[in-house]
Design a protein around this ligand. Structure first.
Ligand code: SF4
Length: 611
């Protein structure tokens, strides 16, 4: 009995999957340590993690996106665990329905509305008791957090964010999106009287922590700077602030490269004085906006401040573990400054505050790499290595193609044509289904796709492409379609295309080269910083082969979602034969081919059941 709620001892399914019972026992035994659980999608990691923590008093379960909360909510209910969830305050806010505002603006506005007593949804929290009804809503059949939030708003007329944040204090399990775990100031907005040291932390899709800039980074573009200058001129003309903002804008004009290039940090952040100056101006702007406002709080909460965005950017810049870069983003047609972490400290220091850590993913690197990243010896459980394949091995065929390579020195017209031709022959060898072609970068993808002439149905990922676009393309195709996507993009990290019976529609995954990260200044800085602590070899692996291997495994995982899926994986780059990649991938290759005809033969045989 914890927090007044009995946690069921019994497993909620008819039987355990291979390795589940053993994993629960192992994790329970080592609670309090840094535990790593490597298990493929479909293993049932969520239920394992929850049952392994059945004796823990408080668990913080961090997922990347709101959608990823759904299975955790479902399992929590099956196990009768007292739970709640917290995601973006601005996405929950009933005053903001249907419109968008930057998080930093939203929180300033929300704070002012609460302080001035202008938000009725907030005031209603104290007007009458709502806790029992909130508990009922959380434990109904609905598992989608967005729908649950709508029920809270419609039925209780209270602020869902602060109601759920309050409930977090009395819940055994709190499911949150990453920022509530990794960013102290965001954690504080929801957990006022609690600290991370009160929690056992579970991190889902934990391979993401090897890519720290995907968890925390700041951005500033020309449009924001222009708008910040206008704001200052309108509300609180300060010559010093205008001069500072104009100098940053001038610097941005000189950014030309499509790759991240280092920018002098001291120029962007000349000292604490500038922060103070901007903060004072921001308060003045906000107060004047509020005074001018003769309309409803719902309009105030939507108001943005570009100066606030500059301020937020500077709070990252001032931190030692962050560096600033400029990039000319051709696709979006804007020049940007980015501030990014150049080591894992922002992640690991935060995690080390917790009572215990469980990192889970299907695509984690080997133990020695995780030990280096976590800065301590981890308890490493590789489910398939310890307990055998979760899905039948014969359902997947891996073929390496040796006559192509995405190596920089070979990126010439002839090679792009070879890749286009290879993909075309794969398309014609397959009877039906989706081929997912995964490229190292957008420019590489452009060079190949422009040379494809004989694939009637294909869709090319752009920066704004959504799952819905892909799903409708697949639906409207002749039954055979190629999806071109970039490794580590949103499609290769999350796309799931299933038929009505729940089987994956992706039959072939083609790695169009090895998706090493781009060789830019950020990579150089990250490597340099990591090598000071971990040595050159580990730092090089962590910035080249390890992220490449994770991207490959993520792409492969798109096709294999359950034991009923069969997929043919084409590793189209001769460098897949290197010992380093083979070790990191942990894949036994079924064939090595040096012609497209031989590859086509294998694809045909595999799907006819001869291999
Ligand atoms: S409802 Fe009010 S208190 Fe709640 S998030 Fe929105 S503005 Fe803030």
């Amino acid at each position: 009995m914890r927090n007044g709620v009995e946690v069921m001892e019994n497993f909620p399914y008819e039987e355990y999957r291979k390795g589940q019972r053993e994993s629960i026992a192992l994790i329970s035994k080592f609670l309090g340590r840094f535990i790593v659980l490597k298990a493929p999608t479909g293993f049932g990691k969520t239920v394992v993690a929850l049952l392994a923590h059945k004796d823990a008093d408080r668990v913080l379960y961090a997922v990347r996106t709101r959608n990823e909360m759904v299975p955790v909510i479902r399992e929590a209910k099956k196990l009768n665990i007292n739970y709640c969830f917290i995601f973006s305050g601005r996405r929950m806010c009933p005053l903001l329905r249907g419109s968008d505002v930057r998080p930093e603006d939203f929180w300033v506005n929300c704070r002012i509305l609460r302080f001035k007593g202008l938000c009725d949804f907030y005031a209603n929290l104290d007007r009458k008791p709502y806790q029992d009804k909130l508990g009922d809503i959380l434990h109904r059949r609905e598992n989608d957090p967005r729908q649950i939030v709508l029920s809270i708003i419609n039925e209780l007329k209270i602020c869902p964010f602060f109601a759920l944040a309050d409930r977090a204090h009395h819940s055994k399990l709190v499911i949150v999106t990453y920022p509530y775990l990794f960013q102290e100031e965001i954690f504080r907005t929801a957990f006022t009287d609690l600290s991370l040291s009160d929690y056992y932390v579970v991190v889902d899709e934990a391979h993401t922590i090897l890519n720290p800039q995907s968890i925390i980074e700041g951005e500033l573009d020309e449009v924001t700077l222009d708008s910040a200058i206008r704001e200052v001129k309108q509300y609180c003309p300060s010559e010093e602030v205008i001069k500072y903002l104009t100098s940053i804008k001038e610097l941005l004009k000189s950014v030309k490269s499509r790759l991240l290039r280092r920018v002098e940090k001291a120029f962007i952040f000349p000292g604490e004085g500038i922060l103070q100056l901007l903060e004072d101006s921001l308060i003045e702007i906000k107060l004047k906006q509020l005074r001018e406002l003769t309309v409803r709080p719902a309009d105030f909460v939507r108001l943005g401040s570009s100066l606030n965005r500059v301020l937020k950017f500077l709070t990252y810049v001032k931190r030692d573990e962050f560096q600033v870069y400029g990039i000319a983003d051709i696709t979006e047609g804007v020049k940007k400054l980015k501030v990014m972490p150049i080591n894992y400290d922002v992640i690991t220091e935060r995690l080390s505050e917790a009572k215990g850590i469980l990192l889970m993913s299907g695509t984690l690197p080997p133990k020695e790499v995780m030990d280096s990243v976590c800065g301590q010896e981890t308890v490493y459980v590789d489910v398939e290595e310890e307990f055998g394949n979760i899905f039948p091995r014969e359902n997947t065929f891996y073929a390496v193609v040796t006559y192509v390579s995405s190596s920089y020195k070979l990126r010439v017209k002839e090679m792009f044509l070879k890749y286009a031709d290879l993909l075309t022959s794969i398309y014609h060898a397959l009877d039906k289904g989706v081929i997912l072609a995964v490229y190292p970068s957008y420019p590489f993808m452009d060079e190949v796709t422009v040379n494809i002439i004989d694939i009637p149905d294909h869709i090319i990922e752009g920066r704004g492409t959504t799952y819905a676009d892909i799903a409708s393309s697949v639906l409207n195709s002749s039954g055979k379609v190629v999806v071109h996507a970039v490794a580590s993009g949103k499609l290769t990290e999350g796309i799931e295309l299933l038929d009505e019976a729940g089987r994956s529609l992706i039959k072939v995954v083609v790695l169009m080269g090895i998706p090493y990260p781009q060789p830019d200044d950020y990579l150089i800085d990250l490597r340099r910083s990591l090598s000071e602590r971990l040595g050159n070899k580990v730092a090089t692996d962590l910035t080249t082969s390890v992220p490449a291997a994770i991207r490959v495994l993520q792409a492969v995982g798109r096709a294999i979602r359950s034991e009923r899926d069969r997929a043919f994986i084409v590793l189209a780059d001769r460098r897949f034969l290197s010992l380093k990649l083979r070790t990191l991938l942990g894949i036994h290759y079924d064939a090595v081919v040096n012609s497209k005809n031989r590859l086509s033969e294998l694809i045909i045989k595999f799907f006819r059941g001869y291999l």
